[in-house]
Design a protein around this ligand. Structure first.
Ligand SMILES: [Zn+2]
Length: 271
């Protein structure tokens, strides 16, 4: 069982040392200390309707401290210099900014214009925002660089696993770590509406836009699972996918992203 909503709000208040000013959801947790929030996703508008450009916020105090040490060592300046002189790095950083803006725009359309990672348009200014973005499943070269230097944040048990469920209307993610008692400590849980089943009944195939939406979410989920050190990613699909004539497209995307074969449930298993 994940911590209750109230427990999460209490934990985040304690981590931030103040009342959170925007509505949020927890996108990643540490397995330590009651599965405390590691990264939260903020609503793009605060309680008063003002833009809140930092979509992903690092809250684990251990993580915040570790990243602050990198910043104190002058890495923001050095990485910005790197972006000025290395076209490949600059390109990857630019893509991360665009992906971040698009993710924000998925929640509130006009919020796509609030800028890239942490509200920045070029370069970078906060390693915490990039690391949070990496943990949320983004392809963020700065966030991945930070991860290599600060992890593990706490003691970790082996055997972390991820499960992705491709349902008729939504795609769900669960990442968990087994504890010695045999229970699972939940590290991430998410759900995005993709409506992959839309029109399969009528057309017999997954609509191209629904397929594209689903593959994009699958890609981010698998990245998040790996960022949270899942050793295996299992992907299951339900009836809409089973009946689609073009399900091979999805099977291929699963193999590429999850490095496993899509498990299609039979009608009986589904029931
Ligand atoms: Zn932590």
């Amino acid at each position: 069982m994940p911590p209750s909503r109230r427990a999460d709000v209490d934990a985040v208040r304690e981590q931030l040392g103040r009342e959170p000013t925007t509505d949020f959801t927890v996108v990643a947790r540490c397995s330590a200390d009651g599965a405390h929030p590691l990264v939260i996703r903020n609503h793009p508008l605060d309680a008063e309707g003002h833009p809140f450009p930092t979509l992903y916020w690092l809250t684990c105090t251990q993580a915040v401290k570790a990243v602050a040490r990198l910043e104190a060592d002058g890495w923001i300046g050095r990485l910005n210099n790197g972006a000025d002189s290395d076209a490949e790095f600059a390109g990857a950083l630019g893509r991360a900014h665009r992906e971040y803006a698009a993710e924000r725009g998925r929640l509130v359309r006009e919020a796509e214009s609030f800028g890239g990672v942490g509200g920045v348009h070029v370069g970078l200014k906060c390693l915490h925002a990039h690391y949070a973005n990496h943990l949320a499943g983004a392809d963020d070269p700065v966030g991945a660089w930070v991860a290599e230097r600060v992890e593990p944040l706490h003691d970790e048990r082996p055997g972390r696993v991820a499960a992705i469920d491709l349902g008729t209307n939504s795609i769900r993610l669960l990442v968990a770590e087994p504890n010695p008692g045999g229970d699972l400590v939940e590290l991430a849980r998410d759900m995005v509406i993709t409506r992959i089943g839309e029109r399969v009944d009528r057309a017999g195939r997954i609509a191209p836009d629904a397929l594209e939406r689903t593959v994009a979410v699958l890609h981010r989920y698998c990245r998040r699972a790996r960022a949270l050190h899942a050793e295996r990613i299992r992907v299951g699909a339900t009836s809409a996918v089973r009946d689609a004539s073009n399900r091979e497209d999805l099977v291929r995307a699963v193999r590429e992203n999850a490095a496993s074969d899509m498990e299609v449930l039979t009608g009986e298993q589904e029931a």
